[in-house]
Design a protein around this ligand. Structure first.
Ligand SMILES: Cc1cc2nc3c(=O)[nH]c(=O)nc-3n(C[C@H](O)[C@H](O)[C@H](O)COP(=O)(O)OP(=O)(O)OC[C@H]3O[C@@H](n4cnc5c(N)ncnc54)[C@H](O)[C@@H]3O)c2cc1C
Length: 376
């Protein structure tokens, strides 16, 4: 049976960042992707925001990796020309009653090391963004946007130049622990299947990552790894782009399950609204955008951007968040875990990598490299 040192399952931004981080001459790394290309799932169906690190509880992996990853992405952008724009972001209180929440977010952000945050008055908000209505706002100058495709292309190129094999059209069907190694079975059809042996496995399978853990024999309920799926839809705004309406990212005060429908300029300067948030069953995942939701999107957004009209909205994309917490459940952190403790040494699970996973990708890759260097 063919042998490799490390098998990575999944070539979204996380699998690719890990492949770039852990590959080196003399180490045999293979990254397998079920689709025909990289990043066709959650990694290309998101807001493309470089989050500053405001929302997450202090000491959480989300807080740490977001702040580290943000700085790494801006540094990579400067060095390698990956397109980013540090536009800044405003979280807007539309009524006085929402203002205490800005204080809470400010405290969270400061505790996480986001030192450039400040609360601004309604008057200053008007000066910065004349079309936005609010009584106060939390201003985050270091939030930005990026071209996620170019970031993934960069990680792919880095991984390949260090000798990693990136293989598409290769769904991993089963992983079995055999002695000190893992037998990884791949099959795109009945007739086209093969099995090889890996000393270590990195599970970066996104929406299927809990199923990969289950396939090797982990009790995903006992481990708390069963994913829930929270869909987010986007609408594009016809007109109003290129800084005519807003120059920065404009967010409402967040709700319990998501950051709220926000207004985000994309790299081309067009405006997008979204994402919404509603949970789906695992069997019924789809990327359809419900056109009839446009009135609700417009109504939510008009609270802070009154000039928006619902007939300016055009259905855009949708993405699905791989969440560990269900509706109304408390915060759950990323799982980044080497599973010796469960009897699976050198099997590294990356599960529940929802937002801010894109921003965190280089920092998650650093952590996986550290885990691999200890256990391999
Ligand atoms: C609506 C929405 C908005 C978001 N906005 C932001 C944002 O603005 N900023 C931010 O930082 N983060 C954001 N995120 C989060 C971010 O997009 C994700 O954290 C990140 O893309 C996760 O990457 P991934 O590689 O883990 O997953 P994926 O991109 O899903 O990659 C997993 C890959 O594994 C492959 N795979 C699965 N099973 C198998 C198998 N059996 N064999 C082989 N391959 C397999 C899949 O095909 C897929 O390509 C958002 C997410 C959503 C849904």
């Amino acid at each position: 049976m063919e042998e490799v040192d490390i098998c990575i399952v999944g070539c979204g931004v996380i699998g690719l960042a890990v492949a770039a981080g852990i590959s080196k001459p003399g180490r045999k790394v293979i990254a397998l992707e079920k689709n025909a290309g990289f990043g066709e799932e959650t990694s290309s169906r998101n807001s493309e925001v470089i989050h500053a690190g405001i929302y997450y509880p202090a000491g959480s992996l989300k807080a740490r990796f977001c702040v580290e990853g943000r700085d790494q992405i801006y540094a990579l952008s400067g060095k390698w020309g990956i397109p980013t724009k540090k536009l800044g972001k405003l979280i807007v209180a539309t009524v006085k009653e929402e203002e205490p929440e800005l204080e809470v977010l400010l405290k969270h952000g400061l505790a996480n090391g986001v030192t450039d945050l400040r609360i601004i008055s309604g008057k200053e908000l008007k000066q910065l963004e004349p079309n936005v209505r609010g009584t106060a706002a939390l201003y985050s100058p270091s939030t930005g946007i990026l071209d996620s495709h170019r970031l993934m292309q960069f990680f792919l190129g880095q991984a390949q130049s260090k000798g990693a094999d990136i293989v598409f059209n290769s769904p991993v069907r089963k992983i079995q622990k055999v002695g000190e190694r893992y037998a990884v079975s791949v099959s795109s059809s009945e007739s086209d299947s093969f099995t090889f042996s890996a000393r270590a496995v990195v599970n970066a399978a996104g929406l299927k990552s809990h199923r990969m853990a289950e396939s090797v024999g982990m009790d995903i309920d006992k481990a708390g790894y069963r994913l829930k799926f929270c869909k987010g839809e986007y609408f594009r705004v016809r007109g109003g782009g290129s800084g005519q309406w807003v120059k920065r990212l404009i967010y409402p005060v967040p709700n319990k399950i998501s950051l709220g429908i926000h207004v985000t300029p994309d790299m081309e300067g067009n405006l997008r609204l979204g994402p919404s948030a509603h949970y789906l069953d695992e069997a019924g995942l789809d990327y359809e955008v419900d056109e009839s939701a446009c009135e609700a999107f417009a109504k939510d957004t008009q609270r802070f951007l009154p000039m928006l009209k619902s007939d300016q909205l055009v259905p855009d994309t949708a993405g699905i968040r791989p969440k560990l917490q269900g509706p109304k459940e408390p915060f759950r952190d990323f799982v980044v875990c080497e599973e010796s403790g469960k009897g699976f040494p050198r099997f590294i699970n990356l599960i529940g990598i929802d937002s801010p996973g894109l921003t965190s990708s280089p920092a998650i890759a650093d952590e996986v490299k550290r885990l691999i260097d200890v256990c391999l």
